[in-house]
Design a protein around this ligand. Sequence first.
Ligand SMILES: Cc1ncc(COP(=O)(O)O)c(C=O)c1O
Length: 299
Amino acid sequence: MSAPNLTLWLDGELRSTANPQVNLLDQALHYGSGVFEGIRAYDTAHGPAIFRLPEHMDRLQRGLAHFGHQADLEAMCAAMPGLLATNGLSDAYLRPIAWLGGNGLSLDVEHMQLRQCVAALPWTSHLGETAKAGLKLMTSSYRRNSSDSMPPLKMCGGYVNSLLAKLEATRKGYDEALFLDGKWVCEASAENVFFAKDGKLTAITHKDMLPGITRDSLIAISGAESRAATFAELYDADEIFLCGTSAEVTPVTLLDDRELPIGPITKALAATYQDIVHGRDTTFAHWLTLAGEKRRGAA
Ligand SMILES: Cc1ncc(COP(=O)(O)O)c(C=O)c1O
């Protein structure tokens, strides 16, 4: 998604995306040695609110700890309200990223310089405007990165795996790729998977999947069971949806050659999720970090 010219926070200073001052020989550009997060801010009656900010920043640091580095999480979080205001955003996607640069192109990470950036972008879904009306999901010929090879966190280099799977799916006319591990379901290229059968909702778990914060939220909201599931079970489901910070709740209407309806459980949970993230349902109000005043005249 191409972004307009925006102000972002880079190593403690505000910069324009037109003048980012990044070194093209930074290690992360060559080897993927960075960790990022995808976070949403939503417009609420009390101004923009950031959804599950501490959990996202905790996951970012858990990834960075594998490189032996510590991000300035406080400074990154403190920059967010100002970025939303400067860029005129209430509903937004926040992208903190911490990556390794400088000191040449060795494979040593511990003595590299840590660079930190936060961007705030206008956002709908990375799956496109029409995804909420139903998405075509294709089982991928790729396997998910094994958690025995790299931690299942948001490590930049790990996303090559997602990009390849997604490209394979979109070239075949699908919207998104589903990773399997033999007969077991893992996750989609950038979302976790839920299914409903006979009125019972299941959140699929797998050792190689990203421990999604939306997944965790939806389990807390719905009381869904969390367990491993086979592809045969998924194929036989009454309803399937994908979830993620960007995807929110996105129904699946085609799995390979099997058509599915957008069922009542998916519809109800998608609506409840929207009420919670926008602060209309206050059951989980502690998940929202207020990030600015309601702008005068804003709806
Ligand atoms: C591979 C992968 N799985 C699942 C998710 C969903 O995670 P979350 O709900 O924390 O955004 C993402 C989000 O970007 C992802 O990249």
